[in-house]
Design a protein around this ligand. Structure first.
Ligand code: FAD
Length: 329
């Protein structure tokens, strides 16, 4: 008769026992690095849409060294790992995310001449105001994008006639094999809301952005401030900033606007549960208070179907659905 499994130094039981769950393997990773971790952390407060279930194991990486160590260890151990910036372009599944979720919070920033060098967790809006104070122009569009530098590069975020591709000079990335590399922006294949890193980022298969260098233009701080104020005013007038959202739901189809197509279908104000198509901007789905992630997805699919039927246009989601989505193919 065999006795109970003898605990190993990792506390997981001996080699003949069951393989550890993704959660237990993630705990091992966090303990190995010595970072504080939380079990079953609700992810809704860590996203701008304010929906989504828990992360098995949740940690905050407050510096680049911690982020690097966590990613290397998680990948080496085969633990599924998801990186979250400000959660402003994602809808986390109601069932949450298995394995390790790492919040990107390395927010260092310095100015060198006409360059701004930022860690990936720096909010883009902070990068915009730091640049303004230093008398540098070019990042103003970032003021109204509520994401991090890393998340913005991932999707080549842009607005007000500019985008990341217009100002990014180079990045340091952590490659899948654990090596760090500095790459020119031209190596990232930045195009409309897209990059080489998108598609695999946030999973153990993708490169992770660690730092970014932006090349800006010398300008009078007062002139840059005036542009920032103008951008804020425009946003307040045109976007439903008083309700949780994830920004534009769909990419604009070539030569058209997703918002116009959805509006023409008469869908402004349409609801599924607590999710609604904004009255102010038809390409925004807002959380009216108690929406679930699956209600947001159902409403998005309904809008997509309506546009396909009426205009024969296939809208493509700009927001990303991450985590356990059993209802999705
Ligand atoms: C009110 C509102 C307005 C918006 N307006 C705009 C706009 O005008 N233009 C625009 O482009 N977007 C806009 N957005 C969308 C969103 O803010 C941007 O896409 C933003 O860049 C996402 O950054 P994030 O840090 O929140 O990324 P998250 O949503 O946290 O993550 C998005 C993806 O990036 C990956 N990622 C995050 N950090 C890294 C990293 N360091 N390395 C590799 N991958 C990483 C994540 O794993 C995930 O796959 C808006 C959103 C809201 C809520």
């Amino acid at each position: 008769m065999s006795g109970p499994a003898r605990p190993t130094p990792t506390g997981r039981g001996d080699a003949s026992g069951p393989a550890p769950s993704a959660a237990e393997a993630a705990v091992e990773v966090a303990r190995g690095i010595g970072v504080k971790f939380h079990r079953n952390e609700s992810l809704a407060p860590h996203t701008t849409m304010r929906v989504g279930g828990p992360a098995d194991i949740f940690v905050e990486a407050k510096d680049v060294a911690t982020m690097t160590a966590l990613m290397r260890a998680a990948r080496a151990a085969g633990v599924p790992v998801t990186v979250l910036g400000r959660g402003s372009n994602v809808i986390v599944a109601d069932a949450g995310i298995r394995g390790l979720v790492v919040l990107s919070r390395a927010e260092g920033c310095r100015i060198e001449g006409d360059r701004l060098i930022a860690e990936a967790g720096l909010p883009l809006a902070k990068a915009a105001t730091q640049a303004q104070r230093a008398g540098l122009s070019g990042l103003e569009f970032g003021l109204a994008i509520p994401g991090t530098v890393g998340g913005a590069i991932w999707g080549n975020a842009g607005a007000h006639g500019s985008d990341i591709a217009s100002v990014l000079e180079s990045v340091t990335v952590l490659r899948v094999d654990g090596a760090e590399a500095t790459e020119p922006a031209s190596a990232l294949a930045l195009k409309y809301r897209d990059s080489r890193i998108k598609g695999t980022a946030g999973r153990s298969a993708g490169d992770l952005i660690l730092t970014a260098t932006f090349r800006l233009n010398l300008a009078h701080p007062g002139a840059v401030k005036a542009r920032l104020d103008e951008i804020l005013r425009w946003r307040q007038e045109h976007q439903p900033l008083n309700k949780p959202s994830a920004g534009s739901v769909f990419r604009n189809p070539p030569g058209d606007s997703a918002g116009r197509l959805i509006d023409e279908c008469g869908l402004k104000g349409t609801r599924v549960g607590g999710a609604a198509i904004s009255d102010k901007h038809a390409n925004f789905i807002v959380n009216e208070g108690r929406a679930t992630a699956s209600e947001i997805r159902r409403l998005g699919d309904m809008a997509r179907e309506a546009v396909r039927t009426r205009f024969g246009v296939d809208l493509e989601y700009e927001i990303r659905f991450i985590g356990d989505w059993p209802e999705l193919p």
